[in-house]
Ligand binder design. Structure first.
Ligand code: NAD
Ligand code: UD1
Length: 307
């Protein structure tokens, strides 16, 4: 009997919790592979199984990939500064283990794979907004390793695959109290605890923040299209920006938070972070043209609920 199970690597992480929950609510069987290096326990569900293990180990991959229809590869060291300080770990997980996963998956009969790629691939942009045709010139270890993984997956032309270049994902459920979380989680956590915010640089750097609900819907729509249409899917063999099409500076974010906070927000300015880009803004036109995806969440409403 053909399997209908989806393997979500890194499924215990921030994006993984939301994606897994959405797949389960559609009645899909989900297997999560996670080493819990940054992930947290998932709520039990009759259609969910969890394997705790390191994706870098071949025996772990073998077990995780047994009778799997599709794979969504989220497992990664997702923090830019952590990859800069631990480059070997970044190579190991973000590049090598991902490439081994793809190879083993197709050998073991997996049909479809989606890779969580990143806008960090673009590096310092020549012009904004970034489209999928913009040059990729990553400036840090994280972006370089994620680029190699993306290239590896998209070289499997004979299989239905795609890569989603996520911009800065935000929403409830990202690990609080960790210096390796995204800036919106760190800022909202510090504001709630009345701890000063640290800005690396002068605060004029900008990011295109995309809400987790919109990211989950992009993964699900692409998965359905790939599973239904195989290599004839409109997304097969392609990479797509998943972004809001708007960018905000850190100073603007703090101004927005201050609208909802009762106490004064204290800011400490520190030197810019190594491997940081200044501005990021994407266009989602390509994914919109292929499968009608568009972001639907309102930024201000959604950052309010982070506090
Ligand atoms: P996260 O750190 O919350 O999740 C990553 C998960 O991978 C964690 O649960 C971690 O325990 C697991 N993991 C790490 N190394 C592993 C290994 N060797 N074996 C098995 N599991 C391992 O990060 P996230 O924000 O949920 O990001 C998910 C994916 O999306 C990553 O691939 C990241 O590069 C990508 N991405 C995230 C963002 C963002 O803004 N959050 C933006 C662009 C791309
Ligand atoms: C984020 C993601 C990365 C993803 C990329 C896509 C996380 C942890 N990182 O990286 O996985 O691939 O988007 O674009 O989700 N900053 C401060 N003070 C802080 C924290 C951050 O000033 O306390 C600054 C940083 O220096 C940076 C900006 O805020 O200029 C955004 O940082 P961060 O949230 O870590 O995101 P990215 O590095 O863009």
């Amino acid at each position: 009997m053909e399997s209908d199970t989806v393997l979500v690597t890194g499924g215990a992480g921030f994006i993984g919790h939301h994606l897994t929950s959405a797949l389960l609510s559609q009645g899909r069987k989900v297997r999560v592979l996670d080493d819990f290096s940054s992930g947290t326990q998932l709520p039990a569900h009759p259609l969910l199984t969890v394997i705790q293990g390191d994706m870098s180990e071949s025996s772990v991959r073998e077990e995780a990939l047994h009778q799997i229809k599709s794979v969504i590869n989220l497992a990664a060291i997702a923090s830019v500064p952590l990859c800069e300080s631990k480059p070997e770990l970044s190579s190991q997980v973000n590049n090598l283990a991902a490439q081994e996963l793809f190879k083993d998956a197709f050998r073991l009969g997996v049909s479809t794979i989606i890779q969580a790629s990143t806008s960090a691939l673009y590096g310092v942009p020549n012009e904004l907004p970034l489209t999928e045709k913009s040059p990729t010139q990553p400036i840090g270890k994280y972006g370089l390793d994620k680029q190699k993984a993306e290239q590896s997956l998209l070289s499997y032309h004979q299989h239905p695959v795609c890569a989603l270049r996520l911009f800065n994902v935000f929403g409830k459920g990202q690990k609080r109290g960790s210096p390796y979380s995204g800036v919106l989680t760190i800022f909202s956590d510090n504001i709630s605890k009345k701890i000063p915010l640290k800005i690396f640089g002068d605060g004029t750097q900008s990011r295109d923040f995309i809400h987790i609900n919109d990211v989950v819907s992009a993964f699900i729509l692409c998965l359905e299209d790939l599973e239904n249409n195989g290599i004839y899917s409109k997304v097969s063999g392609k990479k797509f920006n998943v972004c809001s099409g708007n960018s905000v500076t850190l100073l603007e974010i703090i101004e927005s938070f201050s609208l909802f906070s009762n106490s004064e927000i204290e800011i400490i300015f520190e030197s810019p972070r190594e491997g940081d880009i200044l501005h990021s803004l994407g266009s989602f036109e390509f994914l919109n043209n292929q499968i009608d995806w568009e972001p639907s969440e309102n930024f201000i409403e959604r950052i309010r609920e982070l506090l």
